[in-house]
Design a protein around this ligand. Structure first.
Ligand code: HEM
Length: 206
């Protein structure tokens, strides 16, 4: 087996990812604290949690512009394109690898290299999170900061409550993604090699 390194994480991706991960951690921590706020035992004092949550949300939205523009104007964007013919079959092959082949020491069905940065399951989850869930969470977040822009009722439901529900549900999905994402990042050449990649930019293949 030959050992290869591919420069797949340019500086802007690493910068965006670090800011994004820190903001998400702060948002989850302060979001949970506000959700389960109890004045007698506050995890984080309510007014402080609100301020940190708002600042981290604004930062995350601005940082998203970096991700969006970076993917629009550099070759990184092409790794986020899904080619649908055969995509389900490729997803299944990756699923079978994660649930079987990996434990038998088989080689990954979609090895990472210069032209192929993500396996099909990574591709699907990154597109879903970055092009749907993250925009939904910051658009609903901004709407909750300026509730006067929301309709007072929507199909008989309060516009404010509906926006709040969508905001919380998407936060829940992103939180679960984050745990699963970090776990899957331990599956690489070694348990820490993918974490090294997002720091030094080089993916290590085997
Ligand atoms: C402490 C939290 C996090 C850690 C330790 C972490 C770790 C990593 C690592 C090691 C990679 C490179 C391996 C790979 O390509 O999959 C990566 C890539 C990525 N992560 Fe995370 N991550 C974290 C949080 C997040 C969050 C919150 C999101 C989105 C909401 C996210 C989205 C992504 C995306 C989209 C990529 C691919 C970026 C690209 O190369 O274009 N990560 N992450």
């Amino acid at each position: 087996m030959t050992e290869e390194r591919y420069y797949l994480y340019p500086v802007w991706v690493r910068l965006w990812h670090t800011i994004n991960a820190v903001c998400c951690l702060l948002l989850i921590l302060t979001g949970v604290s506000m959700q389960f706020s109890n004045p007698k035992v506050p995890l984080i004092r309510f007014d402080i949690a609100v301020s940190i949550h708002n600042i981290a949300g604004i930062l995350l939205s601005i940082n998203y512009l970096l991700f969006f523009a970076g993917n629009l104007f550099t070759r990184n964007g092409k790794f986020y394109q899904i080619f649908f013919p055969g995509f389900l079959t490729r997803l299944k092959a990756q699923y079978r690898y994660y649930t079987g082949g990996l434990f038998k020491g088989e080689n990954p069905p979609f090895p990472i290299h210069w032209e192929n940065k993500f396996n099909p399951l990574q591709l699907f989850s990154y597109v879903l999170i970055m092009y749907l869930m993250v925009p939904v969470i910051f658009i609903t977040g901004w709407s909750l900061m300026y509730p006067e822009i929301l309709p007072s009722s929507f199909w008989g439901f309060s516009g404010l409550h509906l926006t709040d529900l969508i905001h919380i549900l998407s936060g829940f999905v992103i939180s679960i993604f984050m745990f699963v994402h970090v776990y899957f990042c331990t599956i690489g050449k070694s348990p820490v090699s993918n974490f090294r990649s997002i720091i030094n930019g080089y993916h290590e293949s085997h």
